[in-house]
Design a binder for this molecule. Sequence first.
Ligand code: NAD
Ligand code: TDX
Length: 338
Amino acid sequence: MKILITGGAGFIGSNFVHYMRKKHPSYDLLNVDALTYAGNLTNLDGIEPSEGGGSYRFVRGDIRDRAAMEPLFQAGVDAVINFAAESHVDRSIAQPDIFVTTNVVGAHTLLDLARTYGVRKFIQISTDEVYGTLGDSGLFAESTPLAPNSPYSASKAAADLLVRAYHETYGMDVNITRCSNNYGPYQFPEKLIPLMISRALQDLPLPLYGDGLNVRDWLYVEDHCSAVDLVLHRGVAGEVYNIGGRNERTNAQVVATILEALGKPASLIAHVPDRLGHDRRYAIDADKIRAELGWKPEFPYERGIQATIEWYVGNAEWMNRITTGVYRSMNDAAAADN
Ligand code: NAD
Ligand code: TDX
């Protein structure tokens, strides 16, 4: 099986490459990533080009660039898994344009090439944010109407609709996965958990938006990877699968856990103005993927968050290369060698 993985130098994509190398060593993996600010080739340290019979190749490329993507499809691909995206809500509020080009036009470019070259499976990695926001009760199900509130989530929802349309119109075998908030190694320190760990370690103020009581439903990244692997092998054509572990926490709770684990004082917390259009609560009903594909998360939140904090403490050099910006020139050098 030859799989084209896009965005494989980012947080979830790189974890997925590691997961697939271990789980399916005979598969050929082609990792395509533009290496934006969010891409980091050192996330893939330890991945060997040929191991266990399967090959691994990295190509620097932009999913919006049809001419650059087409030869990869011409060479033959069995499945596409599209992780590549602009992924940060705050950036989408400040500068929405690139979210439309990458998340909508880029996804469509891949989808259309997959159709043209007869790719057998196309998986779009979407997000629970396409459903909008919840009040104090209730869960997002696959049948929940799409009601995205940020430019980021609107762009992800737009891509979902194109993926759906390609199934209905051309009969393509597609799946859409909608996962809740991920945490774990290699997450870029603009997102809540690595940002707070990085700042707490430097005794810098921790910017908590609004009242800090917005709720996110956290899933350890490896559990997301195992769900996508199941969808790849057993997903029913045209179906959407929600993914989540029922680990709802307020942002204030998450930050308190980090401070406690690092032995830092609560006085580091700085309440700052709220994010515009800030979704109050996300919570995922993952009964469908559990019942139909037999998925089960393996990492309880309390264990996963402690392991994650330890990972960032133990990988200070990884964090340091990002905060100093050195990782960008390392990316350029490593990509030029490919
Ligand atoms: P990330 O920002 O860490 O990584 C995104 C990767 O995509 C980077 O390596 C970047 O270089 C690459 N990329 C960006 N634009 C590109 C382009 N035009 N062409 C090729 N590559 C490009 O994101 P992440 O957190 O790993 O998220 C991966 C996917 O999962 C996204 O589609 C996101 O919407 C989705 N998702 C994320 C979460 C989460 O909690 N992080 C939850 C649910 C769904
Ligand atoms: O500095 C901060 N202070 C703060 O209070 C940051 C960066 C975030 N927050 C809050 C906002 C959210 O309520 O923490 C919560 C989590 O924020 P993010 O880490 O930015 O994640 P979120 O906006 O929930 O989106 C994430 O989950 C769904 C990913 O970034 C998306 O790519 C994914 O689709």
